[in-house]
Write a protein that binds this ligand. Structure first.
Ligand code: ZN
Length: 199
């Protein structure tokens, strides 16, 4: 039996690059979509095209939204004194889901990684330092992964922010080693945030 050709093969190749999908599951997903062309594949393709065209990174914090500034940065009810630093938008969403934090965020877009040649200027680190200097920030809360790269990044940020005089704290124990914030349940996130300690 001949395998998929041309466009279908291209689609499978793209799907296989999604997190959690390998070539086998990408093939299954594409076959499923092709069976449901009208009910699922066409609306999915249209929604993807619309989302790709309208989504942008918030100019202040890096969260995703459809305007220059996200809903959190423009919410007057949220404290401007506390900035919670996360690796990724998924972590921001996990913290929001917990409802435990009422300040604002800063999405780094990754962690420092000498092995992968990711340096401070590849992340939103200079933006963070400038933001702390320019605004009335009193505390920066680091909610970074308990991995080597995550902790390297935390130490780097604490050093970079030291001259500004801002308080730097870190989420308490509760973030499992190698675990990412978006795998934690809401109670664990809330507890980790409440028990944060000076870095
Ligand atoms: Zn924002």
């Amino acid at each position: 039996m001949a395998g998929p050709q041309g466009e279908i093969e291209t689609l499978i190749g793209l799907m296989a690059r999604l997190p959690g999908l390998g070539p086998r599951s990408a093939r299954r997903a594409v076959l499923h979509l092709l069976k449901k062309r009208d009910l699922l594949m066409a609306p999915l393709a249209a929604a993807m095209a619309r989302t790709a065209a309208t989504t942008r990174d918030c100019a202040i914090c890096g969260n995703l939204g459809s305007d220059e500034l996200c809903g959190i940065c423009t919410d007057p009810k949220r404290s401007t004194g506390e900035i919670c630093v996360v690796e990724d938008v998924a972590d921001l969403w996990a913290l929001e889901q917990s409802g435990a934090f009422r300040g604002r965020y800063h999405v780094l877009g990754g962690t420092l990684s000498p092995l992968d040649a990711v340096g401070p200027d590849d992340l939103r680190i200079p933006d963070l330092v400038a933001r702390v200097i320019d605004t009335s920030t009193t505390e920066v809360i680091l909610a970074l992964p308990a991995t080597v790269d995550g902790q390297t990044t935390a130490h780097y940020l604490a050093d970079a922010l030291a001259p500004t005089g801002v308080a730097v704290s870190s989420l308490a124990q509760g973030v499992p080693v190698g675990g990412e914030l978006d795998y934690l349940d809401e109670g664990t996130i809330t507890a980790a945030l409440r028990a944060r300690r000076r870095f």
